[in-house]
Design a protein around this ligand. Structure first.
Ligand code: PSV
Ligand code: MN
Length: 396
């Protein structure tokens, strides 16, 4: 295919790449050692929707906002009407619904894996409420991270907790309707440091297969040990038809929540390439691309726009891979040429391509400069500054 034709095809394919941003990405957050407050941080639900609309207006790629139940709908199902109002006011859809099983004092020894049946019941009720919230908002995905685990050998029964986990997820799956999906997120450690009840993709994939067809695995790129091959995990999940989506961020050491591609852009590119190598469109189109980053140092709006632009760049590079040629080279085991085929795409400067994509769609060619020129950040800093001088957060 001619380079021109390939570029045209990439321009069309970029339309299909949408990214969900998290409501908690706009709130004041920080490390457990300290929080650097930002004058413009969002606290109220409306502020989060307003900020999300700003990012979507500049990038044209973020039509939905992930919601965390306890932080955004503390009243549960009763708060759905407030969200619906924001959806119509700001033109941003309610995205994945994230249950919160990690903040309550009762969850010290676990939530759905707690040895106390009353605590497990409470946690399952929260999951069922989350399903109802998602139904009422027309949100497809319940995006579940379970923080359960234990800090010391012998302190908890790993085996009993597997069964309690299966039971809780089964009950959640049964309450969902056909259009809904349960995305099961894994994480090897933190907050628990001896074991986490869903520590890796294998455990998450088992749980998804165990509970039924509406359950999938969510890959948070920060939730792996150093040097783990994430694209291989992605390839396996695609093969198993259980890849639900991503929480994107980058990491240098652990779950660092750094900007996507800031440390290892080649890895994100390789993940996208693996997905784009899947020929079944039903599988690839159902993958949910979500961001899970809350910035403590970077300006929140700036960081979010930079994130979306970076994700688009890396996706466009992966779209450029000549996969037919790559397949031929792989079949002939022409190692260096195959590797170079991948690298050619990675090293292509796609920024002019993305500029045309934006111009054709009436978007600012450079969303980051457009944000700076818009004065939006200064405006919210003026409006929210006094309130934000003391810590008000909807984040742990
Ligand atoms: C846990 O580290 C996690 O990745 C989960 O997705 C939570 O919902 C999110 O972070 C909170 O920031
Ligand atoms: Mn996550």
């Amino acid at each position: 295919m001619h380079t021109e034709d390939r570029y045209e095809r990439v321009l069309d394919q970029l339309d299909g790449f949408v990214i969900e941003i998290p409501s908690w990405g706009f709130a004041n957050t920080g490390t457990r050692f300290g929080k650097f407050l930002q004058a413009g941080a969002a606290a109220a639900l409306e502020e989060k929707f307003a900020d999300a609309a700003q990012v979507h207006g500049l990038t044209g790629a973020t039509p939905s906002l992930a919601l965390h139940v306890l932080w955004d709908l503390p009243g549960g199902v009763a708060d759905v009407a407030k969200v619906t109002q924001m959806v119509s006011r700001y033109g941003i859809r309610a995205g994945s619904i994230n249950p919160n099983l990690f903040q309550d004092q009762e969850y010290k020894f676990g939530s759905i894996c707690n040895p106390d049946p009353a605590v497990r019941r409470k946690a399952v009720d929260h999951l069922l409420d989350s399903v109802e919230i998602a139904k009422a908002l027309g949100s497809q995905d319940i995006s579940l991270w379970v923080s359960d685990g234990s800090n010391y050998p012998g302190a908890q029964s790993i085996r009993k907790r597997i069964v309690w986990m299966e039971e809780a997820l089964q009950a959640t799956h049964e309450a969902m309707n056909d259009g809904q999906r349960l995305l099961i997120e894994y994480k090897p450690f933190e907050p628990a440091f001896y074991f986490t009840d869903i520590a890796d993709w294998g455990m998450a994939a088992h749980l998804a297969q165990h509970v039924g067809p509406r359950a999938f695995v969510l890959v948070d790129t920060g939730h792996h040990y150093q040097s783990q091959n994430i694209e291989q995990i992605v390839a396996w999940l695609l093969h198993l038809r259980r890849l639900g989506g991503f929480h994107f961020n980058d990491r240098r050491y652990a779950d660092d929540d750094l900007t996507i591609g800031s440390i290892d852009p080649y890895q994100v590119f390789r993940i996208f390439h693996e997905i784009l190598s899947e020929s079944d469109r039903n599988v690839t189109e159902s993958v949910a691309y979500m961001i899970d980053q809350s910035h403590n140092i970077k300006g929140k709006l700036e960081a979010m726009v930079q994130t979306v632009v970076t994700a688009q760049e890396l996706y466009a590079k992966a779209l450029l891979v000549d996969r037919e040629r790559l397949a031929e080279l792989q079949s002939a085991s022409r190692t260096v040429e195959a590797e170079e085929c991948l690298r050619d795409a990675f090293w292509t400067d796609v920024r002019p391509l993305l500029k045309s994509w934006r111009e054709r769609r009436g978007l600012p060619a450079d969303p980051l400069s457009a944000l700076r020129e818009s004065g939006y950040v200064e405006k919210i800093e003026r409006e929210r500054g006094a309130r934000n001088a003391t810590f008000t957060s909807s984040y742990a």
